[in-house]
Design a protein around this ligand. Structure first.
Ligand SMILES: *[C@@H]1O[C@H](CO)[C@@H](O)[C@H](O)[C@H]1NC(C)=O
Ligand SMILES: *[C@@H]1O[C@H](CO)[C@@H](O)[C@H](O)[C@H]1NC(C)=O
Ligand SMILES: *[C@@H]1O[C@H](CO)[C@@H](O)[C@H](O)[C@H]1NC(C)=O
Ligand SMILES: [Zn+2]
Length: 420
């Protein structure tokens, strides 16, 4: 009871601080009005990773109303008018071939527990409709994105199980190759290409994600993978936290040709606020972030733009955008630059809602298609931590034993003949 009273006090505090913020600036007043009508949907936030790093996921000991050592907490979420968040279930690449799946499940668990611990703030969400419903209830719709293909250990069964747990996007790679996809470091030349993009299993995975209705996230992959997926996916793609290469030529950013193809295919690029991607520098400003919004709008249209702040995943953010409470300042800056209400609403959330609607539509249209149960070839994933269960008595083995049976019969016939 006392904690609820304290919570109410905190909320009263943020409301009054926002009133101050809006009184100063007519663009801010308009920004906050638009944000009360359309949910701000952010593509990537690493608070769950901070909960692991700082607290070993001991959420019982954490008070998200008072947590001050992160860029995200409940008062900041309220002040920033965060309508919906894809919380990142991220585990580092050094878990690959080890305990990546367990670690990822624990991050999924901590996101679920966060929603259960603060039901007055978060509503767990898995669909377009859930996001809209949460927004009507003044709650932050909370979705899960798994960041890095290593988290599924090359297993479509694991992908499907994570979907059942509520995961709604998979970033195909983090900053390491998987046994079936190349990561962006290949494009920097610091790592060799292993698959020239996607392997045949990687292509199976794309179609299985289409069938499930899971968003395909192309942040962190090579340009070749981006183009291969854009060529073959039946549903639009997302970049959950990437900015424009044409402004800052960092290989994590999206080149112009790809931006245009994202427009042609109805996808979305959710702009990352990390200084190194915004300005290719250690420092950046709100205006530099707005430049990415303007640039993407010019190159590929306002229909592909979204927000993907990467809060709590990065240590250098633009001056004035240090935590999630500051996001309305970007919206005000876009209005100052002449963006219309409709354009701002598209970037805030309507574009992502459209993408989700299309992805869900593709899923519904593929209802009659069976799950893909063809495994990745064993020799592509063989390592000392992986048993060969599931690779026995397969079609290939059957044909080998059939061949052996034939040979035995032929040999017996030959022996019988020579005996005559
Ligand atoms: C949500 O907040 C608005 C503005 O504060 C308020 O008018 C509305 O009644 C709230 N809705 C719910 C369902 O609490
Ligand atoms: C994608 O398709 C286009 C048009 O068919 C083709 O030119 C291009 O090489 C393809 N890209 C990749 C990476 O497969
Ligand atoms: C985006 O795609 C639409 C068609 O889907 C097209 O009408 C529009 O011109 C494109 N915008 C840009 C800037 O290329
Ligand atoms: Zn990332």
């Amino acid at each position: 009871m006392l904690s609820k009273v304290i919570s109410a006090l905190y909320l009263a505090l943020w409301v009054s601080s926002c009133a101050v913020m809006s009184a100063e600036d007519p663009y801010m007043t308009r920004a906050l009005k638009l944000m009360s009508e359309t949910p701000l949907i952010d593509g990537h936030n690493d608070l769950p990773w901070q909960l692991l790093k700082k607290f070993n996921n001991e959420l019982n000991k954490v008070d998200l109303y008072k947590l001050e050592t992160t860029q995200t907490n409940i008062p900041k979420i309220k002040e920033g008018r965060l309508g919906a968040q894809f919380w990142s279930a991220y585990v580092p690449c050094d878990t690959q071939y080890k305990d990546a799946v367990r670690q990822t499940l624990e991050q999924i668990d901590v996101i679920h527990r966060m929603c259960q611990k603060y039901p007055e703030i978060f509503m767990f969400a898995t669909s377009r409709q859930d996001i809209v419903a949460a927004f009507r209830m003044n709650k932050t719709a909370s979705l899960i994105g798994v960041e890095g293909g290593h988290s599924i250990d090359s297993s479509l069964g694991t992908l499907r199980t994570m979907y059942l747990l509520g995961v709604r996007y998979l970033t195909l790679t983090h900053s390491c190759n998987t046994p079936w996809a190349d990561n962006w470091l290949v494009d920097t030349g610091s790592e060799p290409s292993q698959h020239n993009g996607l392997s045949p299993f990687g292509k199976q995975l794309i179609l299985e994600m289409n069938r499930l209705g899971m968003l395909i996230d192309l942040a962190h992959v090579t340009v070749t993978v981006m183009n291969q997926v854009l060529n073959m996916s039946k549903a639009p793609v997302i970049f959950s936290h990437s900015s424009a290469y044409g402004i800052c030529p960092h290989k994590r950013n999206v080149p112009d040709e790809v931006l245009q193809r994202v427009n042609e295919t109805g996808g979305i690029v959710m702009v990352n606020f990390y200084n190194d991607y915004v300005k290719c520098d250690k420092t950046a400003s709100i205006s530099d972030v707005a430049d990415h919004f303007d640039y993407i709008k010019k190159v590929a249209g306002v229909g592909i733009i979204g927000f993907g702040g990467d809060y709590d995943g990065v240590n250098r953010l633009p001056e004035g955008l240090e935590d999630v409470s500051k996001v309305p300042k970007v919206v005000a800056e876009l209005l100052r630059r002449g963006w219309t209400d409709e354009e701002v609403k598209a970037a805030l959330g309507n574009n992502l809602l459209r993408v989700l609607e299309e992805v869900e539509g593709v899923r519904d249209s593929l209802k009659g298609v069976s799950p893909d149960d063809v495994l990745i070839p064993y020799d592509e994933v063989k390592n000392s931590c992986r048993m060969s269960y599931g690779y026995r008595n397969t079609g290939a083995v059957h044909s080998i034993s059939a061949l052996a049976l034939l040979l035995t019969l032929a040999l017996q016939a030959l022996i019988a003949l020579t005996a005559l």
